[in-house]
Design a protein around this ligand. Structure first.
Ligand code: SF4
Ligand code: SF4
Length: 109
């Protein structure tokens, strides 16, 4: 059932150029779906995020948005998200649909 529901998740978009590496989003995420990357910038683990949007609320510089509310610039940037595991089958389709639906053109890390 949880896997079924995942289809509906919109995830979040992060603008790493605005991120000040405070770690608040990492600390608040209930499912460890955000990490600090090799440049200490917040990075989303796309397939783990469950849309509770705690990270959006705590970011002091407002550089995380629910994907439906994200401005176009960060959606065109790359490497602000990655996958926990290679996407297969239904989840891969869901990812492609998500990109199309929200016009996310940036590539994963
Ligand atoms: S929306 Fe929730 S689950 Fe997704 S990355 Fe943010 S805090 Fe984690
Ligand atoms: S809360 Fe915002 S500024 Fe802090 S690490 Fe996360 S994205 Fe970067």
């Amino acid at each position: 059932m949880a896997h079924e529901a995942k289809k509906e998740y919109q995830k979040v978009v992060i603008d790493q150029d605005i991120c000040i590496s405070c770690g608040a989003c990492v600390a608040v995420c209930p499912v460890q779906a955000i990490e600090l990357d090799e440049n200490a910038k917040a990075r989303l683990i796309w397939d783990v995020c469950i849309d509770d949007f705690s990270c959006v609320k705590v970011c002091p510089v407002n550089c995380i948005w629910p994907t439906s509310q994200a401005p176009p610039e960060p959606k065109a940037k790359s490497k602000w998200y990655r996958f926990n595991a290679p996407l297969e089958g239904e989840l891969k389709n869901t990812f492609e649909e998500w990109k199309k639906k929200y016009n996310v053109t940036g590539s994963p890390a």
